[in-house]
Design a protein around this ligand. Sequence first.
Ligand SMILES: C[S@@+](CC[C@H](N)C(=O)[O-])C[C@H]1O[C@@H](n2cnc3c(N)ncnc32)[C@H](O)[C@@H]1O
Length: 337
Amino acid sequence: MTSSVTPERIMQLGLAFWGSKTLLSAVELGVFTELAAGPLDAVTLGDRLGLHPRSARDFFDTLVSLRMLERDAEGRYSNTPETDTFLDRSKPSYTGGMLEMANARLYHFWGSLTEALRTGRPQNEVKSGGNFFEALYADPDRLEGFLSAMTGLSLGAARAIAQKFPWGDYKTFVDVGGAQGGLPVEVALAHPHLAGGSFDLPSVEPVFNNYVARHGLSDRLRFYPGDFFKDPLPPSDVLVMGHILHDWDLEEKRVLLRRAYDALPQGGALIVYEALIDDERRENTFGLLMSLNMLIETPGGFDYTGADCQSWMKEIGFRETRVEHLVGPDSMVVGIK
Ligand SMILES: C[S@@+](CC[C@H](N)C(=O)[O-])C[C@H]1O[C@@H](n2cnc3c(N)ncnc32)[C@H](O)[C@@H]1O
């Protein structure tokens, strides 16, 4: 063993869940929402959050060292610009829904990763069988929590798609499995000439309508209720599928792509976006972990590379396809009919 080889990276990664769970508990407790009104000392903040005196100081200082909080010379804690923008529940820019879901569901289910690796079976609400979305949506709080988690997960990609895709060439668009409506809202806000909406399971409708109304877009965005395996997709110039294909096995992925192709007019476009795995399957750790998350969450889902998706699109008949990076781990595949 040479002296330049140390176990540091291994230990950091192995214990990374300590830091992760500290942030998730901070979101659960509302640390960042509380501090959005102004800086507080450890005792006052701890009291407001209902923390035991033994835990408060270490908890807040850990968040300082993780760059999630700041502490001034008088010992008062405040949000960083990032946590103030994205983790204060009272701001429209709040994207903590994904972290709330990670805390309430995924943290626990990932504890059974080894079992999932051995059995290939999901480890969540459908561990003993059933349909993931039916099981998840049976509880209204879980339904809302999941749909808002999707907005948190997809907001960066949605804004990048609003900027990078040539929307000027099209008039209508539908986000297939659009959840709360995060992407349709971003696209409609950026392009006043567009009209469209979201096609999703009927139980999603009130959550979508509420989100769209909050953004003042009810006259341009509407909800199309349906099941994308049974009902025809609404005809429109552009269809979008974000984090849809990765929920399903290969045969189901092909069916969904075919259904999108059939619904598009000649010259229409399908945008598929995900944390696409890099073609060499070495670099996009988030995309690869997302695929393991599909192992935990679904019976047959998996993430895939841009090259995989382009080849499925070409088999179906899309005449042009291209992959474009969006932001962070996310990329889109565009198929033109
Ligand atoms: C993983 S979420 C992705 C949400 C959103 N596109 C995004 O990327 O943030 C999958 C979405 O597909 C919807 N969905 C699942 N099964 C469906 C079905 N059979 N028909 C229509 N929508 C479905 C879910 O309700 C959910 O909104």
